[in-house]
Design a protein around this ligand. Sequence first.
Ligand SMILES: CC(C)(COP(=O)(O)OP(=O)(O)OC[C@H]1O[C@@H](n2cnc3c(N)ncnc32)[C@H](O)[C@@H]1OP(=O)(O)O)[C@@H](O)C(=O)NCCC(=O)NCCS
Length: 270
Amino acid sequence: MATSPDAELFELLDITGEDAAECAHLLETPPDEPVLQAMEAMQKRLGTFPVDSIRADGAAETVWIEALLRFAPSVHAYHLDLGISPAVSAASLADLGLQLRINRRVHGHFGLDTWSWLTLHMAGNLFRLGRLQFHLVPADGQGSDWVLGVHIPEDGGLSPTLVDSSFAEASSFFPRYFPDKPARKATCDSWMLDPYLIERLPDSNIASFARRFTLDRCTDAPTDAVYFTFRQRGLDNLDRLPRETSLQRVVLERIDDGGTWQLGHGHLAL
Ligand SMILES: CC(C)(COP(=O)(O)OP(=O)(O)OC[C@H]1O[C@@H](n2cnc3c(N)ncnc32)[C@H](O)[C@@H]1OP(=O)(O)O)[C@@H](O)C(=O)NCCC(=O)NCCS
């Protein structure tokens, strides 16, 4: 089989199998106006440490997939310019391939319903260091105080040892590459910090992760736990979902009992 002209790009972004064929197809013809506009929107943010992702009502997913593919090499070059290793840059950008695979599981076809999330990576301030992702942003939207937003990509178990080494890596990485943006605090906003999980699965990796954080508040997020546990959008047909693992049972039983899953907002000192 001939090597695709995009092989190097797909390796950088960990795009595999059928997704690679679909992506190659998107790159066959020159970008049209909507793609160029999406790329321009990302170019404006590169190196500016934005907190929020780009959102656009009614945006076509394929437009954003193509724009992300075409723009990723600029982000990679920006990382390398800062002296960041090719491996860390690639691990950070590889979330694109992972999200394409997840989209296939959720919807059964090629697409990227999380394209907006990927626009954060393209601003150049979100890194995967070991097991976790860290997003360097100004605290409270101001530029004087900095914080690391913590995210948990799907990639097998979340053992405390892996989490410890990921935080250890972050505490040397950020002062080295962003010395003028010192972060003393990490924050996490996740269904995994819902205190119900600590109560119901006290010996789990998830509970051990949640206990690292001081919980500031909770907000209703009825669908998050279902999405991240079952990769299903929405709360339809819950009776058809498996109840094989303790987490699957806990997630569904709470809803059966009339409860609402929460997003826990927490912080920890670095
Ligand atoms: C977060 C995550 C890595 C935790 O995995 P883990 O380390 O295996 O979790 P734990 O050891 O705490 O799991 C406790 C139990 O829940 C089960 N479990 C954990 N995550 C599960 C998932 N996504 N789907 C189904 N069951 C899951 C485990 O198999 C275990 O079951 P058991 O007690 O019957 O053996 C995993 O849930 C995951 O990949 N989630 C998707 C990413 C995510 O949610 N990110 C946060 C977004 S805000």
